[in-house]
Design a protein around this ligand. Sequence first.
Ligand SMILES: Cc1cc2nc3c(=O)[nH]c(=O)nc-3n(C[C@H](O)[C@H](O)[C@H](O)COP(=O)(O)O)c2cc1C
Ligand code: SF4
Ligand code: SF4
Length: 454
Amino acid sequence: MADLSVDFCGIKSPNPFWLASAPPANGAEQVLRAFDAGWGGAVWKTLGNPIVNVSSRFGAVDYGLSKVIGFNNIELITDRPLETNLKEIQAVKKRFPKHAVIASLMVETRAEWKELIKRCEDSGADGLELNFGCPHGMCERGMGSSVGQEPAVLTEITSWAKEFATTPVLVKLTPNIGDITEPGAAAVAGRADGLSLINTIKSLVGVDLERLVPVPRVGPWSTNGGYCGPAVKPIALHMVAALARDPRVKIPISGIGGISTWRDAAEFIALGSTSVQVCTAVMVHGYKIIEDLCEGLSNFLDERGMTLAQLRGSAVGNYREWGELDLNYKVVAKIDPKLCIGCQKCYTACLDGAHQCIHTNAGPCRAWHGAPDHGRAPRLEASPAVLHTAPGEPAALRVPVVDEHECIGCNLCALVCPVDGCITMAEVPHEGGTECWNDRVAAGRTKVPGGLWE
Ligand SMILES: Cc1cc2nc3c(=O)[nH]c(=O)nc-3n(C[C@H](O)[C@H](O)[C@H](O)COP(=O)(O)O)c2cc1C
Ligand code: SF4
Ligand code: SF4
């Protein structure tokens, strides 16, 4: 079994999987059960001055048969007394001295930051996470994402924390911003030891059409919440990757956002995360998912003969700006007739949503070939029908045909095909070498035929 232990700017944990600051890390009874189950660390539900929560407070997006692909909340920071939380942090550290317990904090004034940091460190917390990310409720009071959106304020409060803290200080960033590298660099300017991201995305998750009130509903009204869960993973991955490749940001990253499986975690680690945090997946499936997370990541590393440190950041250099991509690289779709079930989904997708170059054998191609400049004559309409009959099957299946010459390699058909591995994208060799848009700009060859000025 691969060694999954991590050292996050001095905070050690037996594996990279931490509970994110949220309901699953709301108190000792929960965190103890989570550590017993195998979690390596926990970022305590954010501590601050007492707040009052509303009811109801969660909403979700379901899609097809999948429940909770996105999750939305209007919950604030902890509503439990500070003294209780601090005693419980102490109790958890006593029973699990080798696990990471990080106190998430959110207060207003310099004096409050000083007091809270001291009390958390006295209780034995291994580190501090400054919550500059919450996009509802607290931001209206000048905290949370309203700090994360103001780089100068973020730098100032981070430097206060660094002045008062003796343990590592992580800054938790909000995704509700145009360029994530700005608050990232601002945190580094304030001498943060690490970054955590993402907190939730400002969202309205839906409308109750009976009452015509957005959800979650609090009596006759609602308000915006913070969005998380599997749906936000692509946004989180992009932000983590952008920070991991920013030369100004040379501090460890704790990746958060939509992590449900070991694969999700491995992707965050490959894009530069040292630890990963999980909230929604635990809320939906419970602490037990940690078994699959650890086993899956460990098996993956063993199979590849890699250490966790080697995986970390291994995909960062392969993320480039669009202008650096090779314009001569080409792939085309290939359909495996043995796997095809003849559903025609690829045909429809290519016809209406891509490049009209998949043809059926059921009749003439429906793409409009009448335009003089169409340039895509139905070259395959005359081709012999491709019929595949599996052994013992009475009827032939309708296997569509790809006109590879016209295929632009967009992937759409492979994405919609319901059969795994039935449509693959094959590389087309070429002799032109590589050339990217930036090369063309450098050579003054940016005109593409058919432009406005011709
Ligand atoms: C109900 C709920 C409460 C949350 N409370 C906090 C909080 O107190 N402090 C904080 O920093 N983040 C809080 N978060 C954000 C999570 O820590 C995490 O950043 C976000 O949910 C993205 O991770 P996920 O996609 O795994 O849920 C909360 C999220 C949810 C769903
Ligand atoms: S890759 Fe795109 S263009 Fe090519 S066949 Fe599939 S859908 Fe059509
Ligand atoms: S979507 Fe896949 S299974 Fe369906 S017809 Fe196309 S290739 Fe066959």
